[in-house]
Design a protein around this ligand. Structure first.
Ligand code: NAD
Length: 372
């Protein structure tokens, strides 16, 4: 019997090369994919060990080496898109020298595999700062290790890992911008540096992990993984209007969508956030959202509370056909075929919301569900 090698169906395989001068070594990955962006590349250098992770559609290409010589932690990453996309990893040498070789391969060097099959990599990160957002939710900023560069794509999450009684527990959290405004200079500089991760974390009193995360102070350590997710940022560019249906911390994936559409990066017809919470105290970044609503004619923000006290003068209840119909009257799917509806919250909320928006005429290609 003849044995046939199954056809390779992934993206074109990438390859890498390296070159040097007296001061630096540059490792270059050549990849035939569309529009490589810095969010497609993660670099990790720990001592002599180097790992580069490059996301090519639904595959991941990795370089994993033990260098022959030491580098100080002075790593930068440059990506260039064109007919051949390339990512350069630039490492400064400790002293002027010529290297006879780069190093030795480790597991998964020059290796391509489906994203779904790869194992997440965790790095030990440092808590940089913590601030209170509401009575039970904190904005936590984590500093990645010195040799790591990671820009997390919009709408993607990372896992936090803590060891509880000898067992590693992981929880996903969507990476946010620490502000809606690029004028928040230092905070946003951190965000764009690729060396920090900002997360909004709700502390559940009876939770397994969150009370421990809630006790973390600046300087404490925690493990953070690579990112995961499936939001295609191009959808944001292509859509005309944007409807965001968020419940509780389901607001977190919406933060960067709101930032991009209100900070001038993307011009949108209308951006409407319908935000479902239990009580007034639970509304995340309420002042910031109110301010955006006042500043931007195209941004609208509506609160609906399920456990409001008597004094609450605005909308009440959970997600329903009547309240969504009322909120979306100006965004009829037949008149706005390029409208995008993004939904995130507790699973029953997401399930109910998607059913309702479909019954209102929005089709699958007009809907994105954030789930993890
Ligand atoms: P919560 O329990 O405080 O509820 C917030 C609101 O959700 C309620 O006021 C109500 O309007 C709605 N809701 C809750 N249960 C509902 C139900 N059974 N049916 C219809 N509506 C319901 O919310 P929370 O504690 O902040 O939880 C937020 C959820 O969002 C978590 O489950 C979290 O996992 C999820 N989340 C997912 C992602 C993601 O997948 N990318 C990101 C962030 C948060």
């Amino acid at each position: 019997p003849t044995f046939q090698v199954p056809a390779y169906e992934g993206p074109p395989k990438a390859r890498y090369d390296w070159y040097q001068n007296g001061e630096q070594v540059v490792i270059t990955v050549y990849a035939k994919c569309k529009n490589i962006r810095r969010e497609h590349v993660i670099a990790d250098q720990v001592g002599k060990t180097f790992r580069a992770t490059i996301y090519l559609d639904d595959h991941v290409y990795t370089i994993h080496l033990v260098f022959s010589y030491f580098f100080p932690h002075d790593l930068s990453v440059r990506v260039r898109s064109g007919p051949v996309n390339r990512a350069d990893f630039i490492l400064k040498k400790c002293r002027q020298s010529q290297w006879a070789k780069l190093g030795d391969p480790k597991e998964h060097n020059d290796h391509l595999q489906p994203v779904k099959e790869r194992e997440l990599i965790f790095r030990q990160c440092k808590v940089h700062s913590v601030s209170q957002v509401t009575h039970n939710t904190k904005l936590m900023t984590f500093e990645l290790p010195e040799g790591t560069v990671m820009h997390v794509p919009t709408g993607y999450h990372v896992y936090l890992q803590l060891n509880v009684n000898g067992v590693n527990i992981n929880r996903p959290y969507t990476v946010i911008t620490p502000s809606f405004s690029n004028k928040d200079g230092d905070k946003m500089k951190q965000f764009y540096s690729g060396s920090f991760v900002h997360l909004m974390i709700k502390i559940y009193r009876d939770g397994h992990l969150t009370p421990l995360i809630g006790n973390l102070k600046p300087g404490d350590r925690i493990m953070i993984s690579d990112f995961e997710g499936n939001f295609d940022e191009d959808r944001l560019t292509k859509c005309s209007d944007l409807v965001l249906l968020a419940a509780g911390t389901g607001f977190t994936p919406m933060v960067r969508l709101i930032h991009q559409t209100t900070s001038g990066k993307l011009q949108k017809g209308c951006v409407k956030l319908v935000f479902f919470n239990r009580t007034e105290e639970d509304i995340l970044w309420r002042n910031e959202l109110d301010q955006l609503d006042k500043q931007h004619k195209t941004f609208k923000f509506v609160n609906i509370l399920s456990e409001a006290d008597k004094a609450w003068p605005w909308l009440r209840g959970r997600v329903s056909e009547s309240n969504l119909k009322q909120q979306l009257t100006d965004l009829q799917p037949s008149e706005n075929p390029r409208c995008l509806v993004c939904i995130c919250g507790p699973t029953p909320f997401t399930q109910a919301a998607v059913k309702i928006v479909k019954s209102l005429g929005y089709t699958d290609d007009m809907i994105h569900l954030f789930t993890s």
